[in-house]
Design a protein around this ligand. Structure first.
Ligand code: SF4
Length: 141
């Protein structure tokens, strides 16, 4: 699966994680306006100093082994599935950051295989970003 297809699926899945008001919104530019709003997984939050910051808000995976009835990502639900590798998330974050699209990463995930395995993959992502890319703007839940 192409990276952009994964991004569409996993940014869309993350919008149900209601931590902000702006993720998942779409707005088409008018003739006299500037810029489109699009569903690309970028949301806004507030830093400790009160600044509004843009975050890449995605799931690592929506392939969940559990079946929580209220959840869009439950294993019994018929939705498109995708999983990023830790390297893909790290590279995507750095590329978005260098283009000035985002200031940080908001990363969560469904449970892949089991909770320990999922946490190891999340940790690997953070490790690449922090230690290899020296990236210090990470937010998680
Ligand atoms: S474990 Fe999380 S992602 Fe998986 S079905 Fe339950 S609420 Fe959804």
């Amino acid at each position: 699966m192409e990276l952009l297809d994964k991004l569409k699926i996993l940014a869309d899945s993350a919008k149900y994680d209601a931590s902000c008001s702006s993720s998942g919104s779409r707005r088409t530019n008018s003739k006299s306006g500037i810029g489109n709003g699009d569903v690309s997984g970028i949301c806004h939050s507030w830093g400790a100093d009160g600044r509004c910051i843009s975050l890449l808000k995605i799931l690592m995976s929506n392939c969940c082994v559990y079946d929580c009835k209220y959840c869009i990502n439950r294993c019994s639900n018929s939705v498109k599935r995708a999983t990023f590798t830790p390297r893909e998330i790290a590279d995507l974050t750095i590329q978005f950051y260098k283009r000035n699209y985002i200031e940080g990463l908001f990363l969560s995930s469904a449970v892949i295989r089991n909770p320990d395995y999922t946490m190891e993959r999340l940790y690997e992502t953070i490790f690449i970003l922090r230690k290899e890319y020296q990236f210090n703007r990470l937010y998680s839940c």
